[in-house]
Design a protein around this ligand. Sequence first.
Ligand code: S3P
Length: 171
Amino acid sequence: DAQKRHDRTIALVGLMGVGKSTVGRRLGQRLGLPFADGDDEIEAAAGMTVSDIFARLGEAEFRDGEARVMKRLLEGPPMVLATGGGAILNADTRALLKQHAITVWLRADIRIIAARVQRRDTRPLLRGKDPAEALRAMAEVRYPVYGQADVTVDVGGGAHAEAVEAIVKAL
Ligand code: S3P
């Protein structure tokens, strides 16, 4: 039943720009669950933007902080959680996700994602690169990991509301 389905955190995984934050926020509203965004939580904890953490402290430091934030959130009460695109690559985070969450891979065509991320400059891993190319290289490494998610939802280029309904149906 609905209660039972939502006694675990619902963690959205997938490439940057696929819509995890926007869809996650709406999904939380739809299910009456609190919503948290991993990147926002890291920024709040560090008192710096993700870009600044990468620039000043480096990616390794960012990943350590990300894993700590994921642990805190995943060990807390059920919520909808938008994870940063690389969070699930950490083995500890992966174990915690397995233990505490239902994972949902939001998947979309790389070209759609590339068009989306081009409009914003908040992603250090894409800086100075052709986004479609960089995303494709990331997909090669990450899709096998995202593919282990409990549920995969193709979000395509459609409206976020459609993605939310597709997830609710798939849960
Ligand atoms: C990253 C994704 C970003 C952010 C950081 C690294 C990644 O999060 O955590 O720039 O490695 O894919 P979003 O997926 O929310 O953009």
